[in-house]
Design a protein around this ligand. Structure first.
Ligand SMILES: Cc1cc2nc3c(=O)[nH]c(=O)nc-3n(C[C@H](O)[C@H](O)[C@H](O)COP(=O)(O)O)c2cc1C
Length: 244
């Protein structure tokens, strides 16, 4: 889908349509006509209507205001498998993780259709919660090709501390996948403990709105730019494993 709409956009530009010089709102409309861009927002919290959800909703509102399609996906509170390094995903011809009974492959299928991803998590002991961490490790290992070059934002929600370490952990995965990191006017953090309390964190909510605006802006730049959907890149080097 991404490739199809990119070809359309490139064709419009080649045909002399005023894509590059158009004002921002018109460019968004052009993108819409050529097929709306989609952002997948993954909620790593087991609490479907908790603080992480509220923060993602705040981002989503901004994305929608910019004409983007969105979906918030909850990983839920059922058991999630960890990566067992079986290598099955490398051998099964792109079928994804061998464990097909939890959110990992479902998220992968949704990512195939998404142009950007936001992953939000509550902070548990200074880290992303165990469920989303396990899902992310399997997802990026088994379906890394589906996230390559797509803008990504990590969001951490906490009561008091550990959010920056949490963001660092999540960004480590994005950074290995050539994913442009989307930032805000503060780190992508908001504070709250009881369900919904995060909405009282005015600064945090503003951070989320700015993040949404920045993501919309970046997508617009990427998809109405010079027609390239990704920069050129060298083939993956030989694995050196720190032995030389
Ligand atoms: C197991 C567990 C560990 C937690 N660890 C931290 C922590 O390290 N730092 C913090 O500020 N809050 C911590 N919290 C609080 C949650 O991050 C906070 O309540 C958050 O708002 C929950 O988000 P949710 O409503 O989206 O689930 C912890 C909560 C749980 C259940």
């Amino acid at each position: 889908m991404m490739r199809r709409s990119f070809i359309k956009t490139a064709a419009l530009a080649a045909a002399g349509t005023a894509v590059l010089g158009a004002p921002a709102s018109a460019m968004m409309k052009e993108g819409k006509d050529a097929g709306k861009k989609k952002v997948l927002l993954v909620n790593g919290s087991p609490r479907a209507d908790g603080n992480t959800f509220c923060a993602l909703q705040e981002i989503e509102k901004q994305l929608k205001a910019h004409g983007l399609e969105t979906e918030i996906y909850q990983i839920g509170n059922k058991p999630v498998r960890m990566c067992i390094n079986c290598g099955g995903c490398r051998r099964n011809g792109g079928k994804g993780c061998v464990f097909d009974d939890d959110p990992c492959n479902e998220i992968a299928r949704k990512l195939a259709d998404a142009d950007a991803v936001v992953i939000g998590t509550p902070v548990y002991y200074g880290q992303p919660n165990g469920g989303i961490l396990a899902v992310m490790q399997r997802l990026f290992y088994s379906a890394g090709h589906l996230v390559q070059n797509k803008p990504a934002a990590a969001v951490a929600i906490c009561r008091r501390g550990g959010a920056t370490a949490t963001l660092q952990t999540m960004n480590m995965m994005f950074e290995m996948m050539n994913m442009p990191l989307v930032t805000s006017q503060y780190w992508n953090i908001a504070y709250g403990a009881a369900k919904g309390e995060v909405k009282l964190d005015k600064e945090g909510m503003q951070t989320m709105r700015t993040l949404g605006n920045n993501l919309a802006w970046l997508l617009e730049k990427i998809h109405t730019g010079d027609g390239k959907s990704a920069p050129s890149r060298e083939e993956k080097a030989e694995f050196t494993n720190f032995i030389r």
